[in-house]
Design a protein around this ligand. Structure first.
Ligand SMILES: NC(=O)c1ccc[n+]([C@@H]2O[C@H](COP(=O)([O-])OP(=O)(O)OC[C@H]3O[C@@H](n4cnc5c(N)ncnc54)[C@H](OP(=O)(O)O)[C@@H]3O)[C@@H](O)[C@H]2O)c1
Length: 293
């Protein structure tokens, strides 16, 4: 087994940690992702006094204070002082600078949501801290996200439970057993919202090509995908079974699906996800090189 690989079945079951019970925590970077997570944490009952933010942009800092009633400081060193959980929510290219602005006591739980920045980079800058990486996706902004989490094998259960409770404030969560799998997860759920938008666009434009009014076709495409997604989410049935149930032999749906299959839709998705995974890995390699240079 690779050194960064963990047997998820061997990890003790995580204690259920209510977000309302989280200890004082600080977000370094108070942008879109931090706002969505803070909104979720407050909705889950975490008192505003337990959340601090380091945000250098004065307009955004004031907006955070007014919206959430939380403490915001421009200086990350002041903001993180006394916090047992620190969430790194700056852009990947801003991370190196942010990490140079503060230090943390050993055993602080550090959760990074930055795409591509690897555990090794954080471990060099924050020795002794428990580093956990999370890969959320854009629907987290509506607390409807899907976040993948990775923690190195020696991460204490308590730190894992804290990370899970925190990301659960932005939607659903899952764990992967190696850091490399975050690249595959990025290809599926990180980039996934864009695939959905592209498919909706294609359905809308194809409807228009058949002569439907453009606005009507857009509405049909949007609501059809929303309705189908809800059907898939509420029941236990596999999506393949749901597809079979709406595909009558010799019917219109079958004709459309046969056309998609002969056009190579499944293969196109495999190729697309491979391309996304490779790009994600390369971005991680580039960031790793730039931080060790
Ligand atoms: N948004 C998403 O849907 C999404 C999805 C998956 C992962 N992520 C990850 O989440 C992270 C944050 O993304 P975001 O969309 O929330 O970005 P964002 O809106 O740009 O927020 C980052 C904020 O942090 C501030 N900041 C940067 N360096 C700072 C420092 N040293 N001290 C204090 N404040 C600092 C920035 O201020 P300035 O404006 O002055 O630079 C900005 O307001 C990224 O690493 C991204 O990879 C985001």
């Amino acid at each position: 087994m690779a050194p960064d690989r963990i047997d998820l079945n061997a990890v003790p079951a995580l204690p259920t940690l209510n977000a309302a019970a989280l200890p004082p925590l600080c977000f370094v970077g108070g942008g879109n992702m931090a706002v969505s997570m803070i909104g979720g944490l407050l909705a889950a009952g975490l008192p505003p006094a337990r959340i601090r933010v380091a945000q250098r942009n004065v307009v955004r800092a004031q907006a955070l204070r007014e919206r959430f009633g939380i403490e915001v400081d421009a200086d990350p060193a002041k903001a993180v002082a006394g916090c047992t959980i620190v969430v790194l929510a700056v852009k990947p290219q801003q991370m190196s600078e942010a990490l140079s602005q503060f230090s943390l006591p050993a055993a602080t739980t550090v959760i990074s949501v930055a795409a591509g920045v690897r555990v090794a980079s954080f471990a060099r800058r924050l020795p002794g801290c428990h580093i956990i990486r999370a890969m959320p996706n854009t629907p987290a902004l509506l607390q409807a996200g899907m976040s993948g989490l990775y923690a190195p094998p020696d991460t204490p259960v308590q730190a894992r439970a804290q990370a899970q409770a925190l990301l659960a404030a932005a939607g659903d969560t899952c764990w992967v057993d190696s850091e490399a799998q975050l690249d595959a997860l990025t290809a599926v759920s990180g980039c996934g919202p864009a695939y959905y938008f592209k498919l909706t666009e294609a359905l809308r434009d194809a409807g228009t090509a058949l002569g439907l009014d453009a606005a009507l076709s857009a509405r049909l495409a949007l609501q059809t995908f929303i309705g189908a997604a809800r059907m898939a989410a509420v029941g236990d049935a596999d999506v393949a079974l749901l597809r079979q149930q709406v595909t009558s032999k010799g019917g219109a749906t079958e004709a459309a699906l046969q056309s998609l299959e002969s056009g190579g839709l499944d293969r196109m998705f495999v190729d697309a996800l491979r391309a996304a995974e490779q790009r994600s890995r390369k971005r991680g390699d580039d960031l790793e090189r730039s931080t060790t240079a």
